[in-house]
Design a protein around this ligand. Structure first.
Ligand code: BDR
Ligand code: CA
Length: 347
């Protein structure tokens, strides 16, 4: 199995990323660090511990990381994830195992990853990039040691867009989800994202999972119902009582997420499965297709294409932060990409 360290801000889709990393035989989950984002650090850390409790993986160590970005105020996403970051379910168990305090999160990540053989372990980030940027600032050599860094973040936008999120006020398409231009994880700490994307030691091994891709993997009604595990097992309409509490938990998580995506973005086909894709790409790269038209779902030669084509990614770091509404004209947190010539080292 592939060794993974997961850094997340546990909200609805992060919960599925944890499930995928913690209960898949192809993955060995080394540990989880948490970051502010979908809600405050206290909430995201609590949610992480509760999800591990629900899926019987309390042996996975949890470390609470950064509670705010490098140089800005923290921003949260209550409109999508609720005040707790994981609203909408009555099935979340109370966590029994506290977060670890024998090291800070960045140190714990370093220890776990550097203890793995060279070129083997992956770091997966599904929240703001503050912890990850601190890690490589403090331990630059770790970039040469890890197998890769997989990030859910960014909205590739005008160059390669395949699934814009609607029209910008006045003109053009909307690319971002938190502002018209910016995806939430990058928007939260654009300075951290820029530091990582500008690091040449990481460029060779960074995989970005932007909105353009995640909007091609929707958790449709069928997928949501599938979580209840009825398929092929029962005749007639089963009752909720016949469904395990863990299945109900994940069903309620996905249906809450579906409702907010429908209310906020008018996306009625189902919510995008953002965060679990950043885990999936590590051990099932053949599910993804990367080419000059952008990243996309499914390909027979996905693995080859992924190795061949690379991008330069820049983050807009100037501009105001804190006016996250559809009228905003600030481009802060926008990701700008350029396709590099074949053989180049890039994201
Ligand atoms: C990202 O933002 C968060 O709200 C989600 O958990 C996901 O990581 C999508 O833009
Ligand atoms: Ca997330």
């Amino acid at each position: 199995p592939t060794a993974i360290w997961l850094d997340c801000d546990t909200g609805h889709d992060d919960a599925f990323a944890i499930l995928l990393a913690a209960r898949n035989p192809d993955v060995r989950l080394l540990g989880i660090s948490t970051v502010y984002g979908n809600a405050s650090l206290d909430h995201t850390t609590y949610n992480t511990r509760a999800i591990l409790e629900a899926i019987a993986r309390t042996d996975v160590p949890v470390y609470a990381g950064s509670s705010r970005p490098f140089s800005r105020e923290p921003c949260y996403a209550p409109g999508i994830h609720g005040q707790s970051g994981l609203d909408g379910t009555a099935c979340l168990p109370e966590p029994t195992v506290p977060a670890k305090d024998d090291a800070c999160a960045v140190e714990a990540m370093y220890r776990a990853l550097s203890a793995q053989p060279e070129g083997k372990a992956w770091l997966v980030a599904t929240g703001a990039l503050t912890n990850i940027a601190k890690l490589f600032m403090q331990s630059p050599g770790l970039a040469d040691h890890i197998a890769g860094l997989s990030i859910m973040g960014g909205a590739v936008g005008d160059k390669f867009t395949s699934a814009p999120m609607g029209k910008l006020k006045g003109e053009g398409e909307r690319f971002g989800n938190h502002t018209p231009y910016a995806e939430f994880n990058i928007y939260c700490d654009p300075e951290a994202a820029e530091a990582l994307f500008a690091n040449p030691r990481l460029a060779k091994k960074t995989t970005l999972i932007p909105l353009d891709l995640t909007h091609q993997f929707l958790a449709t009604n069928e997928v949501q119902i599938g979580l209840l595990g009825f398929a092929g097992k029962m005749r007639g309409m089963p009752t909720m009582e016949s469904v395990s509490i863990t299945r109900r938990l994940f069903f309620e998580i996905v249906t809450f997420f579906a409702r907010t995506y429908s209310d906020v973005f008018g996306l009625t086909a189902g919510p995008p499965t953002h965060d679990p894709l950043a885990v999936a790409v590590v051990f099932r790269p053949e599910l993804f297709h990367f080419n000059a038209q952008g990243v996309g779902a499914g390909s027979s030669d996905g693995q080859k294409a992924q190795r061949r084509e690379r991008f330069e990614v820049q983050v807009v770091t100037d501009g105001e932060h804190g006016t996250a509404n559809s009228e905003s004209t600030s481009q802060c947190g926008r990701t700008l990409v350029k396709l590099l010539p074949p053989g180049s080292e890039g994201i």
